[in-house]
Design a protein around this ligand. Structure first.
Ligand SMILES: [Zn+2]
Ligand SMILES: [Zn+2]
Length: 203
């Protein structure tokens, strides 16, 4: 690294002394400054070795925990949001259906109670005739029909995208997977909420 030289000017203290030439930077140094110069180089080397070891450790960690990458985090977040969206929509839809059915059944029940009251009155008075009987028979048939032919409630899929599709792309050739070139995941409302109708209520 260094070669002894005759008297020359030291690069650090600028004094005429016996100097040594550093082949790395081509400067002349007196002995004390040469020592310091070498120490500085050794310190730098240690730092580089340290950085190198840390980087090796980082590679090992990355390889051991491929799930911790920022991209995987983004996909996980998308997945969580999509599931939440689906669950919310399902819950809202269930509540709407139950509310509608409760209302329809309540209406039929109300008509039935009115009819029961009238029937009770006639029985108490003990004055029923064929006209009354026909009337009740007709009413009862009507109410029964209402109950069994409740307006149908249907569920339809939305043609618009409910959840945005994500896909993974890479421009680096060597990073492209051997089999699929693009990984895609799609969830749409249509695939979850298939169209169907409720059957009439049977008791
Ligand atoms: Zn010097
Ligand atoms: Zn040097």
């Amino acid at each position: 690294m260094t070669t002894a030289n005759s008297k020359a000017q030291c690069f650090v203290c600028n004094k005429e002394k016996n100097t040594y030439n550093c082949k790395g930077c081509s400067n002349e140094f007196c002995f004390p400054h040469l020592t310091k110069h070498r120490q500085r180089i050794e310190t730098q080397l240690e730092e580089i070795i340290n950085d190198h070891d840390q980087f090796r450790q980082t590679i090992i960690q990355q390889k051991q925990n491929p799930h911790n990458s920022c991209l995987i985090e983004q996909i996980n977040q998308w997945e969580t949001n999509a599931i939440e969206k689906i669950q919310q929509t399902a819950q809202q839809s269930r509540e709407t259906v139950m509310k509608l059915r409760r209302k329809l059944i309540d209406d039929v029940k109300k008509n039935f109670i009115e009819l029961s009251e009238k029937l009770k009155e006639i029985c108490q008075e003990n004055e029923s005739n064929e006209i009354d009987l026909n009337h009740f028979q007709l009413k009862l048939t009507q109410i029964t029909k209402e109950l069994f032919t409740l307006p149908s409630i249907s569920i339809e899929g939305d043609s618009q995208k409910f959840i945005n599709k994500i896909s993974v792309h890479s421009v680096v050739d060597s990073y492209q997977p051997k089999h699929p070139t693009t990984n895609t995941a799609t969830i749409s409302k249509k695939s979850i909420l298939t169209q169907f109708q409720f059957k009439p209520l049977t008791i």
